[in-house]
Design a protein around this ligand. Structure first.
Ligand code: HEC
Length: 220
């Protein structure tokens, strides 16, 4: 019997053929040990129970906040997909966009979107990725780097003008988007854009980007 024990049982007294299972059990026992230790931390220390203030129970609700209504959610649910999903009603012309731009954008982005205290929105000599990669001084603009006109609408509506984001009406966003596209030679001077026509504007840089195939709403 002694010889059988020395070959078939390991130093923990467990048959060696069951070693893997034993490790799993040991891990499970380890977790139990941790849980017991934590429970010990939460329990009153022995001998101190009489001196301690009773701990207030954590309330199920804190009584703050309100339930988000459908209107609250839709006011924040303003993202627009590359294919135009999510675009609001309304429309705007290049001419109207010029007026919006001169009132709300020119002070930072400069006349004709050529850049002022901040980035240029038009120009950017090349739309060739190899040339742009080799020459870092070429500005990345709407015309040479933005893949979707719909994203330009989304970004402008949520983030611009930077000192008053969200202040433009949807018609004004369509208009100033049309104006930025016009400045980049991507729509005509008499263009008027809406939810149907904006997604049709083909951006030169679209081929630089790959749709994320993991997303159901990725662009085709
Ligand atoms: C107070 C200054 C200011 C005003 C006014 C302003 N912008 Fe901007 N804009 C910025 C800054 C700063 C950035 C860069 C933001 C960043 O990179 O995070 C920017 C970035 C942009 C971009 C992205 C450029 C790019 O290629 O990355 C667009 C498009 C844009 N603005 C459009 C507009 C439009 C349209 C208006 C007017 C409705 C406007 N901005 C008004 C400061 C301004």
């Amino acid at each position: 019997m002694a010889r059988v024990r020395s070959r078939g049982i390991d130093s923990h007294g467990v048959p060696s053929m069951n070693r893997q299972r034993t490790q799993v059990c040991a891990t499970a026992h380890g977790a139990v040990a941790v849980m017991i230790a934590l429970a010990g931390m939460l329990a009153p220390a022995p001998g101190r129970a009489d001196n301690s203030e009773p701990q207030a129970a954590t309330p199920g609700r804190f009584g703050i906040g309100t339930v988000a209504t459908a209107a609250d959610i839709s006011a924040r649910n303003i993202d627009i997909m590359p294919d135009g999903e999510g675009l609001p009603r309304g429309s705007g012309s290049v001419a109207r966009g010029r007026a919006v731009y001169e009132q709300a954008c020119i002070q930072c982005h400069g006349a004709g979107g050529q850049g002022g205290s901040v980035a240029a929105l038009a120009g950017g000599e090349s739309v060739d990725p190899a040339v742009m990669a080799a020459n870092r001084s070429i500005s990345h603009t709407v015309g040479n780097y933005w893949p979707f006109a719909t994203t330009l609408f989304d970004y402008t509506r949520r983030a611009m003008p930077q000192d008053q984001p969200g202040s433009l009406a949807d018609d004004e966003v369509y208009a100033v988007t049309a104006y930025m596209l016009y400045l980049n030679g991507l729509v005509d001077a008499d263009a008027k854009l809406d939810a149907a026509s904006l997604p049709q504007v083909r951006m030169p840089a679209q081929g630089f980007f790959r749709p994320d195939a993991r997303s159901a709403s990725a662009a085709p």
